[in-house]
Design a protein around this ligand. Sequence first.
Ligand code: DX5
Ligand code: ZN
Length: 224
Amino acid sequence: MHARIHPSILAADFANFERELSRITTADMVHVDVMDNHFVPNLTFGLPMVQRLVQVSPVPLDVHLMIENPDRWAVGYAEAGAASVTISVEAAGDPVEIARGIRRAGAKAAIAVKPGTDVEPYLATLEEWDMILVMTVEPGFGGQSFQTEMMPKVRRTAEAIAASGLDVRLQVDGGIASGTIAEAARHGADTFVAGSAVYGSDDPERAIAELRAEADAALSTPAH
Ligand code: DX5
Ligand code: ZN
C-alpha cells in the first residue's frame, strides 16, 4: 500500500486556482474543501466552482463536503466529475443512501467523522464506503494543529478495514506535515490531506514527494 497525498487548495491562492493546480501535478488527487458556513463556521465555494476545477485540474478531485444536507447536494458533485465525494456524516440524514447515489454517479463515496464523532457505527457498513476520513482537526479551517488524540480512532478504523478485506482507503485531514504524517501512517492511515504543508512550501511538488516518502517509510514500519 502506497501513501497517497492530496494537497488541499484551501491553502492555495483563491485568485489563481488554475495556476495553483499546475503546481501539484504529482499529487494523487487534489482535496477540495466545500464549506457552507452552516455545518462549519467558514465559507469557501460550491458546485459551480467544482464543475470548473474538474475541467482544469491535472489530477482527480477529492471533494470534502462540510455542508448541511448532503442528502440534497452530494450526488451533484459526483455528477460534476469529482472522482471522490466525502460527506460529513454528522450532517447526513441517510449516509448509506447518499453513498449509493455517489457511486451510481460514478464517483468514490466516503464519509468524514469529526473529532468528537464515534466511527464505530460506520465500521459495520464498510462495504458502502470507498474511504473513511478521520478528521485530525475540528473541520472549518486550515493551519490548525494535528490532534494526536485521534490516533486510537485511526488505529481502530484501520483494523476494521483490514479485517473486512475490503478496499477502503483511510484518510486523515488536518495538521498533516512532516512528523505528524508519519504518526498517522504508523496508526494505519494511507491517504493524507495536506494544505499548509504543501502550499506553504516554495516548492509544492518537492513537499509532496517528501511527505509521500515519509508516509511510505512509516507505513512499512507500523506501530505496535
Ligand atoms: C479543514 C479542512 C482541511 C484543511 C487542512 O476543515 O478539511 O482539508 O484544508 O489544512 P491543513 O493541512 O493546513 O491543516
Ligand atoms: Zn478537508
